[in-house]
Ligand binder design. Sequence first.
Ligand code: CIR
Length: 257
Amino acid sequence: MIAFTRPVPPSVAQCELTHLERQPIDPERAARQHDEYENVLQSLGCDVRRLPGLPEHPDSVFIEDTAVALDECAIMTRPGAESRRGEVPGVAAALGVLRPLYHIEGPGTLDGGDVLRVGRRLYVGISTRSNADGARQLADAAGAHGYTVKRVVIRECLHLKTAVSTLPDGTLLLNPRWVDAASFDGAPHLVAHPSEPEASNVLVVRDVVVAPVGAPATRGMLEKAGYRVVAVDASELAKAEGGLTCCSLMVAPLSNL
Ligand code: CIR
């Protein structure tokens, strides 16, 4: 896997916030944790490609939101937060040499964090960031490559993937306060520990689940269920409402297709 990342900008404390109270963010601590995150991805076999920093975009470290990368194409998003739209062109330049590109156009909005892929099915959270027109444009683009798109209602969280992630065998890990398990066509699911809401956002690299350090009960549950789990501390970026998936954009190299 190629894992595109972006460095933590010194301006990160001016990030967008929707469901969290603003609290001080230490950009240096966030950058150290982000370095460690990149090291973990590298140790799991990812080809980590760090794109140039965007100091004028406080949320630019959350690169997942700028694109939906499928095997056959990439859909460049139009982020729901206007302050984030300038993050997209640099990622489009990097992805354009790997995939044919589609672009979400206004009035559509879409954040990559709202798109969960399960096989050839794409679930799209309709959120404060992604709207029905964005979901329709995604369905048109991805539909041309054999994907179906289903809209999903989420509650009280930023993105669909804040509420639900896929595990290596396709089982879902979710927080039922934020999304209904019934939205996912009967897919098997596990529930993140109720005291660890952020645990429903995990990143899968091959057969490994990268999960937050601050979610020991959920990690224990996953290990007991037979998953291989690696813990990463991204607590400083969590204050910017970012989880583990949003700090990278995973793209399969063409030779794997
Ligand atoms: C934002 O509000 O856009 C950022 N502060 C956090 C984005 C997190 N992205 C994600 O979960 N995919």
